[in-house]
Design a binder for this molecule. Structure first.
Ligand code: FPP
Length: 249
């Protein structure tokens, strides 16, 4: 395994990385396997990526695992994905807990099978005091759904229109208390946001790679972080150098 050290100064390590784990289906089809085999290989890769995330010193990782639109997939694939979620909790929870990972869920839990809901709630409760890595699992998650849910709660709480600010909306999202992602990684080459963190990713940097998710390895993760460290984040303003030039002539 290539274990080249990460060449990024600590202040340039993103605090929060979010990943669209795309390309499992094509990875499987290209090997003559059923799509669910791609999701299983993707899950194995997720284990490795979680460990690398801890090793790189990243505090928050959000993964897009099942979207509100994924219910439209063939029933055997939806069943397969729900089975994977249960297996991961059954098999990996204790190890993740020992490693200091705090599990959180974003999305609509109440629309899942009650057995799955119970497992997810148990995982959240067990790991709630861990702080080495906060792992947000987006499951039955959609960015528009999240915003609708926030608007409903804001109206129910009787918030006055003038009090609705960007900070207030952020506090009503599933990601309350989590800083916005600094870097969004999308595998398999698609150039779209796919309803993922559409509020939170307003100023995120992107790394898009043609690599299918099961093949996205530590070496490429490291490269993505090194590229991110070179970015000049301006948030709609100007870079420090340009601002200084404007100030000093
Ligand atoms: C996108 O690839 C991937 C998904 C819709 C599912 C990702 C889920 C996992 C890797 C399982 C994670 C498990 C847990 C418990 C968090 P695709 O199927 O859209 O690929 P394609 O575009 O090539 O068809």
């Amino acid at each position: 395994m290539n274990d080249t050290p990460l060449n990024v100064p600590p202040e340039k390590i993103p605090q929060h990385v979010a990943i669209i784990m795309d390309g499992n289906g094509r990875w499987a089809i290209s090997r003559g396997l059923p799509r669910v085999a791609g999701h299983k290989a993707g899950t194995e890769n997720l284990r490795r990526v979680i460990r690398s995330t801890v090793e790189f010193g990243i505090k928050y990782l959000t993964i897009y695992a099942f979207s509100t639109e994924n219910w439209g997939r063939p029933p055997e694939e939806v069943q397969g994905l729900m089975g994977i979620l249960q297996d991961v909790i059954d098999r990996e929870l204790n190890e993740l807990h020992d490693e200091g990972v705090q599990l959180r869920h974003i999305g609509r839990l109440e629309r899942l099978d009650p057995k799955i809901q119970a497992k997810v709630l148990h995982a959240i409760e067990l790991t709630k005091n861990n702080d080495r890595l906060i792992l947000n699992i987006a499951w039955n998650y959609g960015g528009r759904d999240e915003i609708i849910c926030a608007i409903q709660k804001i109206l129910k709480d009787g918030i006055a229109p003038d009090d609705v600010t960007s900070e207030l909306v952020s506090r009503y999202l599933f990601t309350v208390g989590v800083p916005d992602p600094d870097l969004v990684i999308r595998t398999s080459g698609e150039l779209r946001i796919s309803n993922f963190l559409i509020w939170q990713a307003a100023y995120s940097e992107w790394y898009v790679t043609p690599t299918f998710w099961p093949d996205f390895d530590k070496d490429e993760y490291r490269r993505a972080l090194e590229i991110f460290a070179q970015r000049d984040r301006r948030y709609g303003g100007v870079s420090e150098a340009v601002a200084n030039k404007a100030r000093n002539g």
